[in-house]
Ligand binder design. Structure first.
Ligand SMILES: C[S@@+](CC[C@H](N)C(=O)[O-])C[C@H]1O[C@@H](n2cnc3c(N)ncnc32)[C@H](O)[C@@H]1O
Length: 266
């Protein structure tokens, strides 16, 4: 998101797609930025016929810009959106619908109370809302949480609560049936203060007896095999392993991650 894009979200502009294409071809510095500009272009073209959605995109892009100026840490979307949200025509680096399918989240979360650690904008939670009983998502970054809240309000979703807090201080209001730990057991922004062991212990603590931990690793480019194996070892000390597999996806950012389903036993 750049300051100069904001007026394009005040009044629909025929110049905007040209700017997005130009920036995608000549200004983007990373592949993440190039891909995100491509999403921005396609999302924008869908807004012309939907004034309400246009207003939502105006609001959330203004928050994104604010985050770029005021949030000092890694933003996970390179100034764009980390998670996609097809419900409101938003592309993101991580394909929410694809992840839901690859991890069979609809089956695991049906009628459950789900806690999503480091939920980013909570777009996975929004996708799970029609299936789950109740969802609590939280993230340390207040800006991306505000984006999620705008989308919740727009869609009229009432069984998802998003809050800006850290896992270190999070207290669950009731024992969770399912805990989602997706790309979160360690983070690149330096904002995770606890060790992986303390992190997994806390996942265990907030789950009900027999509850499930659904764990997704980081992308293999960013997480060594040794470090992932150490994390898996810690999980198996406290949980019984139900499933472990490598997720396949055409989306680079989702492909090759390890997915684990582990049941709380003690
Ligand atoms: C790699 S992203 C994963 C986001 C989301 N779980 C997903 O898989 O789509 C890591 C997220 O963790 C958040 N985060 C970092 N440290 C945190 C902490 N101590 N407590 C809560 N969230 C944190 C970041 O702001 C970021 O949104």
């Amino acid at each position: 998101m750049r300051e100069k894009y904001l007026p394009y979200y005040a009044t629909y502009s025929a110049r905007a797609p040209i700017t997005f294409i130009f920036d995608m071809l000549f200004r983007a510095r990373t592949s993440g930025q190039r891909i995100s500009l491509n999403y921005r272009l396609h999302d924008y073209l869908k807004l012309q016929k939907n004034p309400q959605l246009f207003i939502l995109h105006r609001k959330i892009n203004a928050i994104l810009l604010d985050a770029l100026k005021k949030w000092p840490d890694h933003d996970y979307g390179e100034g764009y959106f980390y998670q996609s949200c097809s419900e409101v025509e938003l592309g993101g680096l991580r394909d929410t619908a694809g992840r839901m399918q690859a991890m069979h989240l609809r089956d695991y979360c049906k009628n459950m109370y789900v806690v999503d650690i480091g939920c980013n904008s909570g777009f996975l939670d929004i996708a799970l809302a029609p299936i789950a009983r109740k969802i609590t998502g939280f993230d340390i970054n207040p800006f991306i949480i505000d984006i999620g809240k705008e989308v919740l309000a727009y869609l009229g979703v009432t069984n998802v609560a998003l809050s800006a807090t850290t896992f270190e201080v999070f207290i669950a209001s009731e024992p969770a049936d399912i805990v989602l730990s997706f790309a979160n057991h360690s983070t690149f922004d330096g904002n995770t203060e606890q060790t992986v062991r303390t992190y997994i212990e806390k996942c265990h603590q907030i789950l009900r007896p027999d509850g499930l931990l659904l764990f997704e690793s980081h992308h293999p480019t960013y997480e060594s095999k040794e470090s992932l194996e150490e994390t898996c070892k810690i999980i198996t000390e406290m949980f019984s392993l139900q499933e472990r597999r490598i997720l396949q996806s055409k989306n680079f950012f989702d492909n090759g991650r390890t997915f684990i389903v582990a049941r709380k036993t003690t």
